[in-house]
Design a protein around this ligand. Structure first.
Ligand code: FES
Length: 114
């Protein structure tokens, strides 16, 4: 497993931690967030156009801290499912990257590096 960050770094509905994963041999930007006490990982790409969600690094929660928001055209996503619930890509979803919280850290399993 590859360590992404210390568990304490990932604050509830706070800034996301950016990391990268390999997909089809290519590095891709990804995000880890904490929501409802759980950790979620997603490719850092809007489901609408593959642009990174955060304009300011890690800043993906909207003002209500209830949704993730794409800073480019304003799509809203449910943090726990990645489903778009508002904006140009309603019904589509972010690509999930399963992360593990263990021993005070957040980890990416090797199976994610496909
Ligand atoms: S690129 Fe994300 S809403 Fe359009």
């Amino acid at each position: 497993m590859r360590k992404i960050c210390a568990a304490a770094e990932l604050v509830e509905r706070g800034l996301a931690v950016r990391f990268s994963v390999t997909r089809a041999g290519r590095p891709r930007a990804a995000l880890a967030i904490r929501y409802g006490g759980q950790v979620f990982g997603y490719l850092n790409e809007c489901a609408h156009v593959p642009i990174e969600l955060d304009f300011n690094p890690g800043d993906v929660f909207d003002l209500s801290r209830e949704y993730l928001i794409c800073s480019t055209h304003g799509a809203y996503y449910q943090p726990d499912s990645g489903v778009c619930v508002g904006g140009p890509c309603v019904g589509k979803r972010l690509q999930a990257i399963p992360l593990v919280e263990q021993d005070g850290a957040i980890w990416l399993s090797e199976e994610n590096e496909a």
